[in-house]
Design a protein around this ligand. Structure first.
Ligand code: PLP
Length: 389
């Protein structure tokens, strides 16, 4: 099963053969069969847009929501479709009321767009952002829990936790974190942008008040397919950022119509989930990706003489590996430019705590030889691409 992934399934995607695509994590990549399903919905819509919007879309969307709910082990009534995790976070933050002095806690590994949304709320309400500084690299989950716990106070109204962090590719210990964070007056929003498809999810069992996730990353859905799950007792106060006809008709209904739009990415979610059966099933794919991420990370760290950012227990389909010391003072953009322009390698690089890190993704179509090219490119790094700019 596992041996039939990698190069053997790459033809399912439209990725160019002359690039090394080691950054599935940023935007995902959608298989051709799923894109065909999306286009089928778009063609159906254009045959008669009025018929589609009024008669075809409502039951089709209810079916898509039911398919996604089954996958997330959630109740379809607790799910709203959004375009992306940023949209899910915005819907929650803009719906909740904050007062002067209220604190919204995020971690230093949190996603920038989410922090910017909190800054917007700061300006509007007088609430303040508080950042729990989580150290990195990490040797275990304890430092994350300690950082979050020590930043909680009576003023903390909302805690925003990543399920899997973006810059440091760390799976957060959500159960422990939610156990210490949640209370009657303190809500928890989980940013699960990377989780669907990478982790086996039971969203209600996580115990958060709000959970948003992207289907367009590790579930490989068309871009613009994401969801917001809200615990039943919190739904009355949460509304989509764009209010439209269904206002006050119930949580899931409000998110079903936010004005005229192309819903084909959402409508393709059942086909997306089904796609994995054609390449061996999601559990086998997950095992392949996690195994490949670990194999590649160990190979890179050993060749470069550096460390992996997190232990295997906190890693999924992504891993961060520190770049050699001589990269410390080179801007991340310069390193990125050379890897792309000279080697056609697509991989994110950034500095965290002053140290340079590369984040690798391992998707079903990746294979170990691709990371060997990255290994050699870093060892041979010359900086000449940036010299040309
Ligand atoms: C942790 C995290 N949150 C939110 C996002 C935003 O995702 P989107 O651009 O799909 O809204 C990302 C994207 O990489 C992410 O890594």
């Amino acid at each position: 099963m596992v041996a039939s992934l990698g190069q053997a399934v790459r033809h399912h995607w439209g990725l160019r053969d002359d690039i090394l695509f080691l950054n599935h994590g940023s935007y995902g990549a959608t298989p051709k069969a799923v894109l065909a399903e999306q286009r089928r919905w778009q063609a159906l819509m254009e045959e008669n847009p009025v018929n589609f919007m009024r008669r075809v879309l409502p039951p089709a969307l209810a079916q898509a929501r039911a398919d996604l709910a089954r996958f997330l082990r959630a109740d379809p009534g607790d799910l709203g479709f959004v375009e992306n995790a940023t949209g899910g976070v915005n819907a929650v933050l803009r719906s909740l009321g904050f007062a002067q002095g209220d604190e919204i806690l995020v971690t230093s590994h949190g996603y920038n767009a989410v922090k910017q949304t909190v800054h917007f709320i700061e300006e509007k309400s007088g609430a303040v952002i508080r950042i729990a500084e989580v150290p990195f690299p990490l040797d275990g989950p304890g430092a994350i829990t300690a950082a979050v716990t020590s930043n909680l106070s009576d003023r903390t109204r909302l805690v925003i936790l990543d399920h899997i962090t973006s810059p440091t590719a760390t799976i957060q210990p959500l159960k422990e974190l939610i156990a210490v964070c949640k209370s009657e007056k303190r809500l928890v929003l989980v940013d699960g942008a990377h989780a669907p498809g990478m982790l086996d999810l039971d969203v209600p069992a996580i115990g958060a008040d709000f959970y948003t996730g992207n289907c367009h990353k590790w579930l490989c859905a068309p871009k613009g397919c994401a969801f917001l799950w809200v615990a039943p007792d919190r739904q009355a106060s949460i509304h989509p950022t764009t209010i439209s006809h269904p206002f006050r008709t119930g949580f899931a209904e409000e998110f079903s119509w936010t004005g005229t739009r192309d819903a084909s990415a959402w409508l393709s979610v059942g086909a997306t989930i089904g796609f994995f059966d054609t390449i061996g099933g999601l559990p086998a794919v997950r095992a392949y990706c996690q195994g490949l991420a670990t194999e590649a990370a160990e190979m890179l760290s050993s060749a470069w003489g550096t460390r992996i950012g997190t232990p295997a227990s906190l890693r999924g389909n992504m891993a961060t590996i520190r770049l050699p010391e001589r990269f410390r003072d080179i801007p991340a953009q310069t390193i990125l430019d050379e890897l792309w322009e000279r080697h056609r390698i697509e991989v994110p690089v950034h500095h965290f705590g002053g140290d340079p890190w590369v984040r690798i993704s391992a998707a079903p179509y990746n294979h170990i030889q691709e990371y060997e090219v990255l290994r050699n490119a870093v060892l041979a790094y010359s900086g000449t691409a940036s010299d040309r700019n």
